[in-house]
Design a protein around this ligand. Structure first.
Ligand SMILES: Cc1cc2nc3c(=O)[nH]c(=O)nc-3n(C[C@H](O)[C@H](O)[C@H](O)COP(=O)(O)OP(=O)(O)OC[C@H]3O[C@@H](n4cnc5c(N)ncnc54)[C@H](O)[C@@H]3O)c2cc1C
Length: 251
């Protein structure tokens, strides 16, 4: 007899079926479906720690730079400005958009609509550096950008955002553009490439001590199926193990 055809009884059940990321290694919606069956509230799942996909126009403009990496500060400055963090890490161009630690991190906070704000020269004032060198012309600006940014990116940047003159205003615009590149991804790469699934069983449904359902005694949810999402750095593993330990003490 196969397990699918059998009924099993137990006084306690711990659900540890993870999120929806990477179906080809066994991810299913089982945990969410079961929680739904018992009327538990679920924060809608979505792909997180995931690369972002550019629109076709931006793919044509930027994606031949696939493999080029730049240190940036990535943040979101949409209408809901509050409490969304910024990440100073590397960003990597891919064949379809952008990835790298800065982008994976910020993707977990992206609502699918707001632009992603990228500072391409964190904590530097490049036009001030240009003036200190006694220059204001486009050739010197190109040389400086090539020192600070990967050369292929610097050249593409200047094709897209050329210096519009040598006035103070033109230099200020150039500086502002570098610190505030707003990209509007079209989508994420989805669960096929997401390192985690954000959303899941609402933590208010569960005991903070044991992870047991408040409504359904004996039913426990641990790990990624719960609405707890960590940043890069091992925090998702940590949550899976720590929540498993807590439930394990109680069953
Ligand atoms: C590519 C990748 C890289 C990652 N890197 C990191 C990292 O560096 N640091 C970090 O902290 N986290 C990382 N994570 C996230 C981390 O792996 C998860 O958060 C963690 O493993 C979740 O543990 P879990 O036990 O809740 O679920 P999982 O480890 O996903 O285990 C769930 C298990 O349940 C099984 N299952 C699901 N449905 C069913 C079903 N219907 N019947 C039977 N079995 C089922 C699945 O096959 C799976 O074996 C990464 C994830 C991925 C995909």
């Amino acid at each position: 007899m196969q397990a699918e055809d059998a009924s099993f009884g137990a006084p306690r059940l711990v659900v540890a079926t993870g999120g929806l990321s990477i179906a080809k290694i066994g991810a299913t919606s089982f945990g969410y479906d079961l929680a739904g069956q018992f009327g538990l509230k679920i924060e809608p799942p979505r792909a997180a720690l995931v690369p972002l996909v550019f629109s076709e126009r931006d793919r044509k403009r930027w994606c031949d730079l696939a493999g080029v990496s730049i240190e940036v500060v990535a943040s979101i400055r949409g209408a809901k400005r509050t409490a969304k963090p910024a990440f100073r890490e590397n960003m990597l161009f891919t064949h379809r958009g952008i990835s790298g630690p800065a982008i994976l991190q910020i993707s977990s906070y992206w609502d699918g609509k707001e632009p992603i704000h990228l500072d391409l020269a964190p904590e530097r004032n490049l036009t001030a550096e240009l003036r200190e060198r006694g220059h204001r012309d486009e050739a010197s600006w190109r040389l400086l950008l090539r020192e600070v940014l990967p050369r292929r990116f610097a050249d593409r940047w200047l094709e897209t955002y050329p210096l519009t003159g040598n006035s103070d205003r033109a230099l200020a615009d150039a500086e502002r553009q570098l610190h505030g590149w707003e990209v509007k991804p079209e989508a994420t790469e989805g669960y096929g490439k997401a390192e985690v699934t954000a959303g899941g069983i609402d933590t208010n449904e569960l005991s903070a001590q044991t992870l047991e359902s408040r409504k359904v005694p004996g039913l426990f949810f641990i790990g990624e199926v719960v609405d707890v999402t960590g940043q890069l750095g091992g925090f998702n593993f940590q949550w899976a193990w720590a929540s498993g330990f807590c439930a394990g003490q109680a069953v």
